[in-house]
Design a protein around this ligand. Structure first.
Ligand code: CMX
Length: 439
């Protein structure tokens, strides 16, 4: 029997936390850079102001999870029997411990999540009380909060717990939450679009295959897509809105349910995760406007210019940190070229990719004209008949749980403090500028 993930995490994180404490004591005055006025007004871009151990984003290279790129992880992480895509159980293990899991460790995590996956009935009752037109992301956030009745951390805190033990009930909450999210998400999907005809979980399946099954998809290809999708959307270092919201709320010692629900509310914004819904809406409108079929590059060019002239963003393009094509876009394009090379919508996505960077690249203020993760994900889902695009961000959210909750547990184990950056008024800034000019 292999060591449990919890005990391995404890074995790794405590010496790490001690080493970090020592580093801060010895090098606390080490300078990480200077902050300019422009940065303060640009959403703190490029300011390093927090610790995230699970992943790191490089503007040119893209994301690395504990040092591994997406192509490396697709190669090295354990797969389902007969499958080619990594199991997201593996990337969660990696983010939490810094170690690549064995197949046995990955399977053991699948079983542990299955054992923890029972959703309390009142969560379904809370969902059933909502009108069907409630956006799936709103339903998702409400369901996460409704599950808070089960918080081990909140319970232990109320009883009185030593600070050094915070990580333990936080680990329990994060594992329970991750185990239950696919059931909750699939429930929202089936109640919203399939007359509440629910599908019971599949015993003995991996986390992603079971999720696809509960949504109504049992093909090997959809299970593979879900494994890839759930792996690549997990984490994107700490400053993105969903990760940062989860981290910030958690820093007040709010439990995992409060913290993750906050992250989901951030993911629901169209400049962040909701862009995956917006991309498909935009592509379907484009296709309809241009008479159906596969539009020419010239037609797409005109449509993009129309979007821009109406003062709208081109969804799925641009990024606050990346300065090249998102490797998550590339991984999905590779999947599509293997499984659905003739798919109409995928071909539009690729034609848009041929056209948009040239147009956005010619607009001076736009820092990154390249596609991000959301430019491709919807087309893959549509291909398999998952066409209810206002649900797409929920899928992103289920995956994002793995990264931000691994980090939340890590943050509690490291004893990271309440987050409280300083702010300044514009008047105060002007005074500082004038005072500097006067000397
Ligand atoms: N289409 C049109 N204009 C764009 C653009 C796009 N795809 N990307 C950036 N711009 C504009 C910005 O709106 C901004 O304009 P204003 O100065 O008039 O406000 C200007 O270019 C500068 O923006 P930037 O510094 O290049 O980018 P930001 O870091 O401010 O914003 C992002 C990044 C992702 C919000 C932006 O590129 C965008 O709105 N893209 C479309 C929405 C999208 O795909 N979001 C998903 C991102 C990935 C994710 O989180 O899931």
């Amino acid at each position: 029997m292999s060591q449990s993930l919890k005990s391995l995490f404890a074995e790794v994180i405590h010496p790490h936390a001690a080493a970090v404490k020592q580093m801060v004591a010895e090098h606390g005055s080490f300078k990480l850079g200077e902050i300019t006025l422009a940065q303060v007004y640009s959403g703190m871009k490029g300011m390093v102001g927090m610790i995230t151990e699970t992943s790191k984003l490089d503007p040119e290279e893209g994301i690395r999870f504990r040092g591994y790129s997406i192509p490396e992880l697709r190669d090295m992480l354990p797969k389902a029997p007969g499958g080619n895509e990594p199991l997201p159980e593996g990337i969660f293990f990696l983010m939490l411990t810094g170690k690549l899991p064995t197949e046995e460790q990955t399977t053991s995590l699948s079983r542990e999540w299955e054992e923890r996956s029972q959703v309390p009935p009142h969560v379904f009752a809370a969902l059933d009380a909502l009108p069907l037109y409630t956006h799936p992301m709103t339903q998702f956030s409400i369901a996460i909060l409704a599950m808070r009745t089960e918080s081990v951390f909140a319970h232990e805190y109320e009883k009185g717990i030593n600070k050094k033990d915070y990580w333990d009930p936080m680990f329990e909450d994060c594992m329970n939450l991750i185990a239950r999210l696919p059931r909750v998400a699939a429930y929202i999907y089936r109640r919203t679009y399939f007359n509440n005809q629910q599908i019971e979980p599949l015993k003995g399946a991996d986390w992603s295959a079971n999720f696809a099954h509960m949504m109504g998809h049992d093909s090997k290809e959809v299970a593979e897509l879900f494994r890839l999708y759930m792996t690549i959307h997990t984490d994107h270092e700490g400053g993105n809105v969903s990760a940062h919201s989860t981290h910030l709320v958690g820093s007040a010692l709010s439990d995992a349910y409060y913290s993750f629900s906050a992250g989901i509310n951030g993911l629901a914004g169209p400049l962040h995760g909701l862009a995956n819904q917006e991309v498909i809406r935009w592509i379907l409108e484009l296709q309809k406007d241009l008479g159906g079929g596969l539009p020419s590059k010239e037609q797409i060019e005109q449509y993009v210019n129309k979007t821009l002239s109406e003062g709208k963003v081109v969804p799925g393009y641009g990024h606050a940190v990346l300065r090249k094509t998102d490797p998550r876009f590339e991984a999905q394009m590779e999947f599509a070229k293997k499984y659905m090379p003739d798919d109409d919508i995928c071909n539009i996505v690729w034609r848009v990719y041929d056209v948009v960077p040239g147009i956005l690249g010619s607009i001076k203020k736009i820092q990154n004209p390249w596609p991000n993760v959301d430019a491709h994900s919807g087309a893959l889902l549509l291909h398999y008949g998952i066409k209810e695009y206002d649900f797409f961000t929920v899928l992103f959210g289920v995956s994002r749980a793995l990264g931000v909750l691994a980090q939340l547990t890590t943050s509690r184990a490291m004893g990271l403090p309440i987050e409280r950056p300083g702010s300044i008024t514009s008047e105060g800034l002007l005074k500082k500028i004038n005072a500097a000019k006067a000397v």
